[in-house]
Structures are given as C-alpha cells and as structure tokens.
Design a protein around this ligand. Structure first.
Ligand code: M6R
Length: 597
C-alpha cells in the first residue's frame, strides 16, 4: 500500500489491489481515495503474498465507482489487469467478446483486456506471450500490468504512449508508473521504450517488443530517496514543495555555469552549429508549464532576438503549424508524461523541427523522445498543483535563453555573467518571500469567503497573474482569472465591483513606463471599489496610496521577477483552500500527470 499511496497523486477516483498466492488470486477495490480502500482492507484483510498489483484511477471510461475501479478480472477470476490510458478500439473488442459469450461487468475499456487475455491463455500457457498477442490488438494509449493465479511469481507489464518504469531490486523487482512506486525498495530503475512488454520475476527482468524480440533498455539511478517523496512534517506536499523552492532553483542552476558565466548544458544534445541555425522558437506546454513558457518568451526574445511563440500543446498540431528544421520546438513538462505535449512533440519531429524538452522527471517519455533535454532537478513534485516545478522550469528557460545568446553571440560574455549572477541571487529572494508568508496566510484567511478573485500583471507579470489564478481555481474551486493589466479597460474591468479582491503584480521601475502604467490600472480598479492587493518591489512608494494590502518583493531585474512574485500567490492559494477545508494536494477532478489527450 505504501507504493500505491505514493502514486495516489496521479489519480484518486478509486484504488484497488490484486494479490496472487497459493494458486489463487484475491482482489479488493473501492471508489474514492485510498483511505476507502484502507478501510475495506482493515475489515477484510488480504493474505500475505509476494506477487501483486495495485492501481489508483483517474476515471476516463465509466464513473468512478467500485465496479469500474481496477483491477479488472476475467470471468474465472484468475487474471487481474490494471491499466492507465485509453484503449481506443475497446468498443469493437467489447462487442466481439460479448458475441462470443463473455459477460463484462464494468463500463471500462480495461476490462476487455482481462477477457482477451483469458482467451489467449487458452491458446498459450505463457503469460508474456498472451500479453504480447493482446497488445498487438489494442489501439490507443496503455500501460498494462497483469498478474495471473497460474503464474504466481510473475508480473507482466506493457506500455504504449503511457508511462511504466521497472525497479531493479535484490531478489525482488517492481513495476510502477513512476519510480515513487518502488523508491522505498530500490533506486535502480530501467526505462522502457515504446511498444514494449516486460516480464518480472523475483530474479529477472525480461523486455521484448510486442512480437517477442528482445528489446534494448536503459538503466539509471534515481537521484532522490524515499524521504523526498514524504511530507517531511508538513501538512501538505504542496507546502513542502513551496518551501523547497529556493533549493529547487539552486539545483536547477547547479553546475550549469562557470565562474566567468560560461554556460554548460550537459544534456544539450544539439550542436552549437545546429543552435546557431535556429531562426524561430515555438514553446509547447500545458497548464502551469505553459505559463513558464510565456515567461520564457520574454527572456528568449529579449536576450537572443530569436522570434518565439508559445502555444498550448493541446492546440498546436491541429492548426497545421509551419515548422522546419530551423525551428526549435521547446516542450516544457514537469512530469514528462503529459499526453498533449508528447503528441505535439511527435508531430513537430515529423515536420523535421528539432525538439528540446525541459523536464523534471528522469526516465520519462518526453525527454526520451526529444533531441535534447534540460532537466530541472527540482526533485519529485507530488502535489497536483505545480509549484517548484514552475519556478525551476522558468530557471531552465532562462538558462536555455542565455545559452542561445552565448552561441548566437547576441550577448557578450560579461553580460551573460551578470544576468547569471542576478539569477544566482534569486533563491535568497524566494526564501525571503517564504519567511514573510504569514502576511499572505492571514490575507487568505480574511478573504476565504470570496467567490471571485482577479489577478493582473504586465510583461512577465502577466503569466504570474495567470498562474496565481490557476492555482486558486484548482485548489479553491472559485472563479479566478488572470489578465494583462493593460487589457483590463478593453472589457474585464466590467467585472470589478465593490469589495472584489484584485491582486496586481507591479513591474520594477524602468525605462519602459510599465510600472507607471500598472499603477494607473490599480487606480482605475480601486476607483471602482476593488480591494487591491499589490505586489511591488521594495522602495516602490508610488503604489502605497492605492494598495489596500501591500506585499513587498525583493528588487530583481524585471525578467526575473516571476521567481519571487509567484511565491505569495502559491501560499495564498494553498491557505485559501485549507481554510475552505479542501484537499490541498489532491483537488477534485484532477490528476497530477495527464496521460490522456
Ligand atoms: O507535467 P506537466 O508539466 O506537463 O503538466 C502540465 C499541466 O498539467 C500542469 O502544470 C497543471 O496545469 C498543474 N496541475 C497546475 O498546477
């Protein structure tokens, strides 16, 4: 159950287990969070066994109830299957099974696999062969993990488009959607490729393709341990991950630059010549990662003068985008498994564009399918709401932008060195925002009855506003929206009414008049009764008369401001949700890695 609990962040509509021992298979499953399964197992304990599978579900086919929970069994109850992904041809397979007399009890696509396996195992006694034969019939995305009462020491897994990793132990081996499943027992992992079947026994790991030919695999050592996947004294993973941000940012920077500012990106598998040829950058990502991409656009265009667009991965390939080999597609993903982003990468590579990914998860699919990768090294992010993932993605984007500036010669070495020196100072600035978090927590307690909150920003403050609103939406389930402050007067200002809380991220003073224009926006909304919560740098006295609440930010260059300005918005959202009694780590309807399109 420990491994399952550490995977619960991936989906929490239901949980289930199946164990094999003494020639029989026993299973238990329950809708809702794992606590419900715990209660069921306390009432009806399962026997001790050494072979078993488990699942936490994010529902796609069929309501999140007990019947649709995984594992799914064949009619004889000897085979158990758990599945992530969507089997696209399941309706045809189901009709075929029903026509031959099978009775399916759930509404899921997964159950078809258990029945297909039952039929295959009448043709072959070899479970792995049967799994390969069934996989050849399936369309769509799937990770399958299977056990069978007649093969008591064997677990078979298969993957296409959905994640599955192997843990190599000593006299024991493991499968998991990510390494958190088995990190308590081993940090030695094996990456599986596309369309592969893996058979584990206590002493062996055998990987083949769907036709039984031996397949190459890559082994790696996980650079964090089980303590990183525990709450470590915090009430919520999200609070721990917010607090880890100074370290996460420092770790993203670690070893990437020399004293003189010369950048080294070890995982950059594109040559300087190839990078010099890049004449356009397209960033693709989803959710919070797409907001990191919006920040990156400002940095990339400002420092490299390469035109840069940011596009939601789920929209990208459907608009016939113009790409060629001079286009660098940058895919940002904390999990490395987001299906929309993965599909956009595959499309981009088909169009001959080069793909560089920015990713936090070693061994995941997106970096494996990219031409180059910059790992963020932020450590495991368990809370569904991304926090340290976001800040470390932004830092990795800065590093990429500066690396391109170095290669293309659009910035002198000493200019790059001085920007890097400023980035190096940001962990201290982030720490200060954490230390001053009580002010924000108090504010969240006061505003916890609000049903709508707006967030405004300009320039890189705009993606910060979007991120502040997304955090609140996903955790507090209230109306929250981020706007570009200059856009307010073109419509959204109509939303402003007496007492409406509005956060405003004020840019540092500069030659561009952005600070002054943002102060005007604050005046405009305050004149219409808004309750203004102003985030402004130390020493900015212009905002004081118009701020009902003033959150001070350390002085940093404009482009780096998201690293400090986002932190109070994260703390606010977490505390707001806490005040409402919501589950901060596992908000309703969501899953951490969205591995379906
Ligand atoms: O793992 P990814 O970075 O690819 O995930 C992308 C989004 O699903 C993710 O950022 C999502 O928006 C978060 N729940 C936001 O907190």
């Amino acid at each position: 159950m420990g491994g399952l609990r550490r995977l619960e962040y991936r989906g929490y509509d239901s949980g289930g287990v199946a164990l094999v021992g003494d020639g029989t298979l026993i299973s238990a499953k329950k809708a809702g969070k794992l606590l419900n399964l715990d209660a069921e197992l306390a009432e009806r304990p399962l026997p001790v066994a050494h072979t078993g599978i488990g699942h936490t579900r994010w529902a796609t086919h069929g309501a999140p109830n007990d019947v649709n929970a995984h594992p799914h069994l064949d009619e004889t109850g000897r085979i158990a299957v758990v599945h992530n992904g969507i089997i696209e041809n399941f309706a045809v397979l189901r009709a075929e099974l029903e026509a031959t007399g099978h009775e399916l009890v759930s509404e899921t696509d997964t159950e078809t696999v258990a029945h297909l396996l039952h039929d295959e195992l009448e043709r072959t006694a070899d479970l792995s062969d049967a799994v390969r034969a069934v996989c050849r019939r399936l369309e769509g995305a799937f990770t399958l993990v299977i056990c069978d009462a007649d093969h008591p020491d064997v677990v078979v897994g298969a993957r296409r488009n959905s994640p599955l990793v192997v843990g190599r132990g000593d006299g024991e081996n493991f499968l998991g959607s990510d390494v958190a499943a088995f990190i308590e027992f081993t940090r030695d992992a094996v990456e599986l490729g596309q369309d592969q079947v893996v058979t584990i026994t206590p002493d062996d790991i055998v990987v083949t393709d769907f036709f039984g030919a031996p397949a190459a695999t890559k082994e790696y050592h996980v650079d964090w341990d089980v303590s990183a996947a525990e709450k470590g004294g915090y009430d919520w993973f999200m609070l721990k991950e917010i607090a880890e941000q100074p370290q996460a940012v420092a770790d993203t920077l670690l070893g990437r630059h020399s004293q003189g500012g010369q950048l080294q990106l070890d995982e950059m598998r594109l040559s300087d010549g190839e990078l010099r040829d890049v004449d356009r950058i397209v960033i693709i990502a989803c959710g919070t990662a797409s907001y990191a991409g919006l920040v990156a656009k400002y940095a990339i265009e400002h420092w490299t003068r390469i035109p840069c667009e940011v596009e939601l991965a789920s929209e990208f390939r459907y608009r016939d985008p113009i790409l060629d080999k001079s286009t660098l597609v940058v895919a940002i993903s904390q999990s490395g498994e987001t299906m929309d982003t993965l599909m956009a990468i595959r499309y981009a590579r088909q169009q001959k564009a080069r793909v560089l990914s920015i990713c936090n998860t070693n061994g995941s699919t997106i970096p494996r399918e990219s031409d180059a990768v910059i790992y963020t090294h932020a450590g495991p992010e368990i809370a569904v709401a991304s926090t340290k993932g976001f800040l470390s993605q932004i830092v990795a984007c800065y590093l990429l932008a500066l690396y391109l500036a170095q290669v293309k010669g659009t910035k002198y070495g000493d200019e790059i060195a001085s920007i890097i020196a400023e980035i190096d100072k940001t962990p201290a600035g982030i720490q200060r925002m954490l230390d001053e978090g009580d002010q924000v927590r108090k504010l969240a307690t006061e505003l916890a009855g609000s049903r709508s909150i707006l967030f405004l920003g300009r320039h890189v403050g705009f993606p910060v506003a979007l991120e502040g609103a997304l955090k609140l939406k996903e955790l507090a389930y209230i109306h929250a929206e981020g706007f570009a402050a200059g856009e307010l007067k073109h419509g959204p200002i109509a939303l402003v009414e007496r007492g409406l809380p509005v956060f405003v991220v004020v840019p540092p003073k500069g030659r561009d008049q952005l600070q002054e224009k943002t102060v005007s926006s604050i005046q405009e909304i305050r004149a219409r009764g808004a309750l203004t919560i102003v985030l402004a740098e130390d020493g900015d006295e212009d905002v004081v008369p118009y701020a009902d609440h003033l959150i001070r930010l350390p002085k940093v260059p404009t482009i780096l401001q998201p690293l400090v300005a986002t932190v109070p918005l994260q703390i606010f959202a977490a505390e707001f949700a806490n005040q409402l009694g919501n589950d901060v780590d596992q908000p309703r309807n969501l899953a951490k890695s969205v591995t379906v399109e």
